[in-house]
Design a protein around this ligand. Structure first.
Ligand code: NAP
Length: 249
């Protein structure tokens, strides 16, 4: 029996990394998956890789008109939405002393504002009883140099899972945070200047983690599948932490 049979699921940022892993897992479990992202080429490649009639819709989560357009297409094509994964995010890091307003606005607009309005704009098409998953980060509860703004956006994301759940409880919509530690994805390429540097950064992060390795998108996707399905029906406003022991050991 497929866990998400006949469910319609949107995964923002589903063209790469964790989002792609989640999209693949959902599609394999019977969901009609719609992935979103800014880059058309990345989306088209991912749609082929995922298979199962997956649809790729272009849009920027920090742009409210793009979000409305995406949900209007979902409503027209599929009539409803059962699972929403607000996964799209950027990693913008740097020392407090030199962190610019531009860096702050970018990370805040995409990770915080983007997550907020990804949910708000979905409300008209979301089914009662839907599951919403907000992708946070283990740094939402840690103080790490260079991570102040990024960590704050992820703490905001964790907070939104509580507040949104309280507000949407009459519609039986559950909102939970999915909180990874370091995971092997193209994210590291966005803060380094070469593939070698990105690999070195990933390796350092792995060594810094108590289990001495990075997580995989598949490991995060299996928890997303639990949150998306009725197996997690008693869980709302809460968080699943998958971080190789980084927060607590
Ligand atoms: N990798 C880790 O170690 C780690 C750890 C904890 C949490 N996370 C979180 O996990 C999420 C996924 O990250 P990842 O590691 O899988 O990185 P990734 O491979 O770089 O994926 C990020 C995805 O988000 C999309 N995206 C970025 N900005 C967007 C925007 N403004 N509008 C729409 N889509 C946008 C990107 O597509 P386009 O560029 O085409 O738009 C891409 O598909 C992020 O929220 C990240 O903060 C990652």
């Amino acid at each position: 029996m497929q866990k998400l049979k006949d469910k319609v699921a949107v995964v923002t940022g589903g063209g790469s990394g964790i989002g792609l892993g989640i999209a693949k897992a959902f599609a394999a479990e019977g969901a009609q998956v719609i992935i979103t992202g800014r880059n058309r080429v990345t989306l088209d490649k991912a749609v082929v890789e995922i298979g199962f009639n997956t649809v790729g819709l272009q849009g920027d989560v920090s742009n409210l008109a793009d979000l409305s357009e995406i949900y209007s297409t979902v409503a027209k094509k599929f009539g409803r939405l059962d699972v929403l994964v607000a996964n799209a995010g950027v990693y913008v890091i740097g020392p407090l002393t030199s962190f610019t307003e531009e860096m702050f606005d970018k990370v805040s607009d995409i990770n915080f504002k983007g997550t907020f309005f990804t949910v708000q704009k979905a409300l008209p098409v979301l089914n009662d009883g839907a599951s919403i998953i907000l992708v946070s980060s283990t740094v939402n509860g840690k103080g790490i140099p260079n991570h102040a703004a990024y960590a704050a956006t992820k703490a905001a994301t964790r907070s939104l899972a509580r507040s949104f759940s309280a507000e949407l409880i009459d519609r039986r919509i559950r909102v939970n945070a999915l909180t990874p530690g370091p995971v092997h994805t193209p994210l590291f390429n966005t803060v380094t200047s070469s593939a070698e540097e990105a690999e070195a950064m990933a390796e350092n992060m792995g060594n810094f983690t108590p289990v001495k390795r990075l997580g995989t998108p598949e490991e995060i996707a299996s928890a997303a599948l639990y949150l998306a399905s009725d197996e997690s029906s008693f869980m709302l406003g809460s968080e699943i932490l998958l971080d190789g022991g980084l927060r607590d050991l």
